[in-house]
Design a protein around this ligand. Sequence first.
Ligand code: IFM
Length: 720
Amino acid sequence: MDLWTLEQPGYDPQRGVTDGNRFLIANGYMGVRGTLLEAERQACPAVNLAGVYDRNGDKWREPVNAPRPRLFSLRFGGQEYVGATPREHVLRLSYRHGVFSRETDFGPFLLKEERIASLSEPHLLAERLSFTFREAGQAQVTLGLSTDIWDINGPHLFDFQQEAADTLLCRAVTGEKAIPVATAMALTWDGRGKKASALTAEGPAFTLCFDARPGETVTASLFMGVYTGLDDPAPAQQAQALCARAQSRGLDACFQDNGHAWEKVWARCQAELTGSDQEALSLHASQFYLNSIAPRHAENLSIPARGLSGQTYKGAIFWDSEIFLFPQFVYTQPQVARSLLRYRIETLPGALQKAAEYGFRGAFYPWESQEGGQEGCTDFNVVDVFTHRPVRTYFRDKQIHISADIAYALWQYYDITGDRSLLEEGGAEVILQCARFYLSRMSGHLDREELDLTDVIGPDEYHERVTNNAFTNRMARRCLESALALEAVFSDRPGFMAALKERLGYEADWARLPEAIRRLRGPWIRDGVLEQFDGYFDLEDCPLETVRSRLKDPREYWGGDHGVAGPTQIIKQADVIALMALLPEDFSDETVAKNFAYYEPRTEHGSSLSACMYALTACRIGALDKAWELFKKTASIDLVGGGKQWAGEIYIGGTHPAANGGAWMIAVLGFCGARMQRGELTLSPRLPSQVQAIRFALTTAEGPRQITVTREGWRSEPID
Ligand code: IFM
């Protein structure tokens, strides 16, 4: 079995949307959905750009899709083959070097396509297209830049200006902020015949006309450059110059550069499992999906919840980045982890503004953050399947654990690497401002000592507007503790904290921190089980299947005012258990075991963020078969095209970076028990019976290391 390749034989045009996700290639700058070169808009093809957002009218803001390369027409022997049903067809994705490929047998000829989103040159998309003929005949191939762009809430590009000469060029600007977006395309081919370029109704195109001979293979190399006004003041010139450079280097060289870049990335981050081929493949797959969307070209970008697989979830950054993606990066490629956190540091103004809008002080980070820390989350995020009306959801205003999650990751970065520079460069300020937000958000009663966080949503989004969610309260307390602990981090530079507090006018808040930490309410505990929020234990306690059986439509939303889960103890995703995974030192093994036993059967795992948190705690309590089952589910999600596709009437499919990061966490932190503190690694392996060994790379204080964990023990070797 090839442990590095996803292969799917058979032609099924209905699979376009899931294929687009499963066969996605990306390089942090752009994501190219795994649809065929000739795909029509209905198959949801896209070149999705990281960090470029636009709003059309009052529709949701979302990331922009650029014009894409497209095979407009493929005529042979007087017949059109675009849209024709092939005799045989296979799609492949090589995870090792990020190469999408397809082979399609149309009978008279075989079409092969190979595509990369170059990891060494983030603005470059390159394709090899080859035709092998079985019959003689006249061939006419038209391919170019398609301006027929698939968008969920578009269109986003206007004022198209197109050129068709030696190079094709397509210039446009976004509607909201007039950001220029330029794509250029160059083509080299080895055929005998005519190559011409022209403007067509769908975009500028090249046409190749030739007489094919039986047994002959004709190959075309496509180079496409993408730049926006956010990258360069002259994006069109840059895109054209890139095409020219790539064309003169040649396609093989572009593919080689990309391959080398991938080898370098794998040398830093690969986690490999032996014992089960299927899960070894899944782990490679999930690592590929995650690492292909890392913003290596930037210093202050984060990763959207559906990666670069499209516009789902508005291309926004959620807590997924800090809690689920960040761990893999901080252990393996700290510079990427820094970029995720720098994004939060630089978007602090948006968080201060959001807190102020809701009448609070400090930093309330967006639940769905877009560029500049703009809140992308609306008050209506689900459409009811029965009434077709938008449903008021409270993610934006009540999911306040987001600020604590960011403070937690900033602290983790320091704790894991021992590098305090991020704290110095704005991270400490973010922690203080997040702590200030919780100080202003807590409320009390005249007759009670305890302070509450009322009217919140915890990670379990099915129970809205609850009080004292255990996860939220403890993470908020942790944020307050981290704020105080900054004093010790900078004890050798007393002036640093003094100046920061003075600049932020923080003296009074600082004085309140210890009392707030003491008085913030902890969870109610019954027989060792933490109550998820005040009153949770009083809700109907019935099996998950009972709740499922109450659905009248499979796409129905389980949460919200009328959702089937609301009145019951059935939860969407890890909540108390997520807390235990994030703060393991706070809980005894016995407490974790009791809570796992209580909450796991009551969890729908309706979010791809759920299973990995349960798996991590299952490892801790030695429930290794359960951990293995949850690992399989987590690691294979994008390989098989799993995960929920709908929330009410809203499409939420795409790749699942949080689960991809979760798979790494289960393998490395869970099964191998890896922990790094100030760059020092410790391991306490607990391999499930299905696993013989796990090998993984990471970066410790000594530099990049390769760790091999077997049933006999473990060893650590330097990586050159
Ligand atoms: O951040 C998550 C949330 O916890 C559950 N719904 C989907 C979001 C994006 O992945």
